[in-house]
Design a protein around this ligand. Structure first.
Ligand SMILES: Cc1ncc(COP(=O)(O)O)c(C=O)c1O
Length: 438
C-alpha cells in the first residue's frame, strides 16, 4: 500500500547529473528572480494589480467581527449580508455549536494524526455514514478540505492513459486535480451535454478511463445542469461521471439531498458525488460518496487522505450535527428556495441582469464593468448591504458581477430593500458614467 512509503516520489541522486546543461550554470549567472521572491515576476505582476485595487479601496479580505449569516458586523457596523454560503444558517445554529463544543471537550481540537495512523475517531465514521445515507450511496469518505478533495481525488484516480472532460466553468479545484493527474484534459461549452457527447464519440476509444466532471449548481452563475442528460451520455460512452455538489448539497431537492434528488435520479448512476462541508454544513472539509470499492480504494491510497491529518473533532461534529438538523428540519431548504426565488424574481422584474441563475441561492448581478462593479459594491456598503464584486481576471470584464449568496434566514424585507437599493445605486453609477462620457 502506498502509505507504507511516503517518499515514493523522491528523486535519486543520479538523476541530478542528467539535468539539462542550462540548469548547471555558475551560481553568479543565476538571475535573482529565480531565488528571490521580491523579484519573482508573477509576484511583481500581482503587486501591480493590488496597487490598482488598493487605489480604489480593496474590497477583499474584509474582517467580519461575528457570525457570517444573514447579517454581519464589519468595523462595528451591522450589514445585511450576502457574502456567505451559510445557506441553511447552520453555522451559528445552537445544536451545531453545542455538538462542536462537546467534541472538543471529549476529543480535543485536533486528532493529531492521519486517520490511517491513529487519527480515527467515531465521529468520522458517523459523519461518513450520515453523508452516504443522505446522498444514497454505499459509502463515503471525508477529507479535511473541499478544494483538497477534488485535487487529490482526481489527481490520484486518473493518469496519463486517461481523459478528463469537464464543463468550461468548472471550479479551480477540479482544474488543479486534472493537472496533477497528468491525464489529457478537454472542456465542453457550459452545460452542453450534446457537445460532450460529440467529444466522447470522437475521443472515447483513444483512452482507458474517461472522467466527466460537472457541478450541481455553478458557483459563479447559480445555474443547474441537466443531470439526466449527462447520465444518458455517460452510460452510452462507458465513462465515469463526477458531480461537484459544493453548492447543491443541502440546497437542491425537497430534502436538500442535492441535484440527484432534484432530478429524481438513481444515486448509483453517478460514480463520484463530491461535496464540501463548508457551505450548507457549517464546517470545513469535503467528501466523495460512491460505491464501496471506490471509497475503500481512496481510503487506503489517496495521498490527500492517507498523508494528511484526520478531520478535526469540532469540524466533524459540526458537519454531522448540521446534516442531522437538515434531516430533522427540511423546511429550511424550502425557505431557502423561496428566498432565492424572490430575490431572482424581484431583480428580473427591475431589469437587472441576473445571468443564468435558476432559483438557486447564487444570484449574480452582472454589471459588465469591473470598475463599476467595485463602485456598486461600495455604494451598497454605504447603504448597509455587504456583497462582494467578482471582477477581471476572476471573470471577463464584460461579465464583472456582484455575487449574492442568499440564505434561509434572509427576510422578505431584507431582500426587497436590497433589490430596491441595488436598482437605485446602479442607476446612479450608470448615469454618472454617461455624464463623464458626454
Ligand atoms: C464548486 C466548488 N468546488 C469546490 C470548492 C472548494 O470547497 P472548499 O471551499 O470547501 O474548500 C468550492 C469552493 O467554493 C466550489 O465552489
Amino acid at each position: 500500500m502506498s502509505y507504507i512509503n511516503n517518499h515514493s516520489q523522491s528523486v535519486s541522486p543520479q538523476v541530478l547529473t542528467e539535468l539539462p546543461s542550462h540548469l548547471l550554470t555558475n551560481a553568479e549567472e543565476i538571475p535573482a528572480e529565480y531565488y528571490c521572491f521580491t523579484l519573482y515576476p508573477k509576484y511583481l505582476e500581482l503587486r501591480r494589480q493590488l496597487e490598482n485595487l488598493e487605489a480604489s479601496g480593496n474590497p477583499y479580505f474584509t474582517v467580519h467581527e461575528g457570525l457570517n449569516k444573514d447579517t454581519t458586523i464589519i468595523a462595528g457596523q451591522e450589514f445585511i449580508n450576502y457574502s456567505s454560503y451559510n445557506y441553511l444558517g447552520m453555522s451559528g445554529d445552537p445544536a451545531v455549536t453545542k455538538a462542536a463544543k462537546e467534541a472538543i471537550d471529549r476529543y480535543g481540537t485536533s486528532v493529531s494524526a492521519s486517520r490511517v495512523a491513529s487519527g480515527e475517531r467515531p465521529l468520522h465514521w458517523e459523519l461518513e455514514r450520515e453523508l452516504a445515507d443522505l446522498i444514497g450511496t454505499e459509502d463515503c469518505i471525508v477529507y479535511v478540505g473541499g478544494h483538497a478533495t477534488n485535487v487529490t481525488t482526481i489527481g490520484h484516480l486518473l493518469g496519463q492513459d486517461d481523459l478528463i472532460v469537464h464543463d468550461e466553468l468548472i471550479h479551480n479545484s477540479v482544474l488543479e486535480g486534472c493537472k496533477l493527474s497528468g491525464a489529457k484534459q478537454r472542456s465542453f461549452r457550459h452545460n452542453d451535454w450534446q457537445k460532450l457527447d460529440k467529444i466522447l464519440s470522437i475521443q472515447r476509444h483513444r483512452y482507458k478511463r474517461v472522467l466527466v466532471i460537472i457541478e450541481g449548481v455553478y458557483s459563479m452563475d447559480g445555474d443547474i445542469p441537466d443531470l439526466s442528460k449527462f447520465i444518458e451520455v455517460k452510460k452510452r460512452h462507458k465513462v465515469f461521471l463526477m458531480v461537484d455538489e459544493a453548492h447543491s448539497i443541502g440546497v437542491l431537492g425537497k430534502h436538500g439531498r442535492g441535484i440527484g434528488e432534484y432530478f429524481g435520479v438513481d444515486p448509483t448512476e453517478v460514480d463520484l458525488w463530491m461535496g464540501t462541508l463548508s457551505k450548507s454544513f457549517a464546517s470545513c472539509g469535503g467528501y466523495i460518496a460512491g460505491c464501496k470499492a471506490l471509497v475503500e480504494y481512496l481510503r487506503h491510497t489517496a495521498p490527500g487522505f492517507v498523508y494528511s491529518v484526520g478531520m478535526s473533532p469540532p469540524n466533524a461534529a459540526a458537519a454531522l450535527a448540521a446534516i442531522r438538523v437538515l434531516k430533522a428540519e427540511p423546511e429550511r431548504v424550502g425557505r431557502l428556495f423561496e428566498r432565492s426565488k424572490l430575490f431572482l424574481e424581484l431583480s428580473r422584474k427591475q431589469g437587472l441582469n441576473t445571468g443564468m441563475s435558476q432559483n438557486t441561492p447564487i444570484v449574480p448581478i452582472i454589471v459588465g464593468n469591473s470598475l463599476q462593479c467595485i463602485q456598486l459594491s461600495k455604494a451598497l456598503s454605504a447603504r448597509g448591504i455587504n456583497v462582494k464584486p467578482i471582477i477581471y481576471p476572476g471573470v471577463q470584464d464584460s461579465a464583472a458581477r456582484l455575487r449574492f449568496f442568499i440564505n434561509c434566514n434572509h427576510t422578505v424585507e431584507q431582500i426587497r430593500f436590497t433589490v430596491d437599493t441595488l436598482v437605485e445605486e446602479l442607476a446612479k453609477i450608470q448615469c454618472n458614467q454617461l455624464v463623464i462620457r458626454n
